[in-house]
Design a protein around this ligand. Sequence first.
Ligand code: IMP
Ligand code: MG
Length: 182
Amino acid sequence: MLEDIDRILLREPDIQARIEELAFQIARDYHAKDLTIVALLNGSVFFLADLLRRIALPVHFTCLRVSSYEGDQSTGEVRFAQEATDIAINAAGRHLLILDDILDTGCTLQAVRARFSDQPGALSLKTCVLLKKSGTRTCPVEADYWGFEIENAFVVGYGLDYRDRYRNLPFIGILKQSAISS
Ligand code: IMP
Ligand code: MG
């Protein structure tokens, strides 16, 4: 697996240190508020686990399966799996924070935001991503919280995949062109 990585972009200790800062910021902003985190699967699983354990608040969380990528390209179409059609949370009276691994075209976050905006009674709706690419937005959306801004390259590891592989790398790296099949 390591031989397929061109370059490491973010090492495990740097990722963890930044997550610690994000958790502190979120705990401060949502102090005494009823916070529900909605994590987008599968990419945000490791981010979710590491972030949540550092937020010193009694948070709720739920997961939503969403996909828009085929291989290393965005299809531009955001697909919600079955569970999204009957979102298993009652948003009334809650503050929602949508969590994703990476903000690229922005179409995923925009579609999920739109889905939750329809929910009656949510007190607030914000977004948090570990990574955001610069200069790649086709849907005009930005994250309220973000870990790192990165160059426009296809990255894998720490939850991010290429054809459902490499998610278990502990760091975030750029995949070699030779590992990307056309
Ligand atoms: P967006 O809708 O284009 O903003 O992309 C969001 C989704 O695309 C993320 O949740 C990822 O699953 C996937 N994605 C975008 N860029 C990358 C990447 O560099 N590596 C792996 N997945 C990516
Ligand atoms: Mg994903």
